[in-house]
Design a binder for this molecule. Sequence first.
Ligand code: UD1
Ligand code: MG
Length: 439
Amino acid sequence: MRTSLAVVLAAGEGTRMKSRLPKVLHPIAGLPMIAHVLKALQAAKIDRIAVVVGPGYEEVAKAVAKFAPAASIHVQKKPLGTTDAFKAARAAVAGVDDVLVVFGDTPFLTRDAISRLRRPLAKGAAVVVGGMRPADPTGYGRIITKGREVVAIREEKDASAEERTIGFVNGGIMGLAGATALSIVEAIRNKNAKQEFYLTDAVEIANKRKLPVTAVEVPADVVFGINDRAQLAKAERRFQEARRAEAQAAGVTLVAPDTVFFSHDTKLGSDVTIEPNVVFGPGVTIADNVTIRAFSYLEDASVASGAIIGPFARLRPGAKIGAGAHIGNFVEIKAADVGEGAKINHLAYVGDAKVGSKTNVGAGTITCNYDGVNKHLTDIGKGVFIGSNSSLVAPVKIGDGAYVASGSVITGDVPPDALAFGRARQVNKPGRAREKRKK
Ligand code: UD1
Ligand code: MG
């Protein structure tokens, strides 16, 4: 088994994003770009990951620690070019067979592309270039070949008019044999239009030293790099299109696929139907035979089989909806366990609560969970009926089979099977309305 290291370059300034947030932290499907890259490296079973960040990019280091806790972080003090960035991680290179250099802003990187890059290393190559043939090669480093030999990579700004006609370009991923990687990059100079130390010059240096250099082709889609907000939006669209297709293939009906937005981790059962304009935040699990009706928003929630959510429902973090339950329009559920077959159909807020199976929560019910300082639990039993427009002031417990009269403000526990009224008694004054009209 050959040992492997991936060096993720993420110290560039990302100026074209025009953002205070480091570029690699901009999310795609709710996950920072760099986390997509780290996931691909993990899927490819790369032994070690080293991430190169710029000064003041603690936030990037934090995200890396979250998604790849074993990765090492290296700081590149000034953005002097990709070679200089690579050298910041030199301590990680010692004793590794395969060194892969990838960029933190290519979120579609795949396990397959990484394996393709490693194969020639196993056969003795010193440098492997991950080339691609995009529809438009403008802006990319052109791969100059002579027969089957890879001669050099020429950056756009340094390329001649003839070289610019080359369609085979550097995708930005590179493989280096660990044994020679450092001595090659040490020899790279910055004699180019941008006066940067280009890692791509490793090709010419290896050639001069008669070390084997080769290129493999990877799909342009896989190394699609993000430099600005338009490309960020394009990446999001690509992710969504792929995820929608995957859901459809797995037995999910999307009535209007273009209007449904998934998170990187959305889990869907089969025979799920999703109506138009539904958005999934992170952490949602949907079981089989669930219907999510139009204009619903779900995050960090689970929905058991046969439940119906929406239209216009909001499931917030910690919402757990039981099998066959109904959550209707303008209902917000947060940190609440809703039992099997329970119904919360209209205009309600149920937060920090338990709702037993077969319980019916009437229109306009509010769990008053917050006293301004702390959150408290509302514990509603099984087979309970909560009349419309009731306020349940937590902490409060409503026993199995109890009945709460409409318009109640419930501040004390209700025993099982009891009927609770928590409202002023109605008073009728006969004839008073007519008298008022006469005045
Ligand atoms: C680079 C390649 C080019 C290739 C293209 C593919 C080089 C010299 N050029 O060009 O051949 O076609 O990617 O997208 O490698 N970075 C640092 N520190 C630095 C400079 C860059 O960490 O000092 C990082 C950036 O954050 C980024 C990556 O390196 O993740 C690539 O840098 P970028 O400036 O985007 O290179 P390109 O001009 O796109
Ligand atoms: Mg780039």
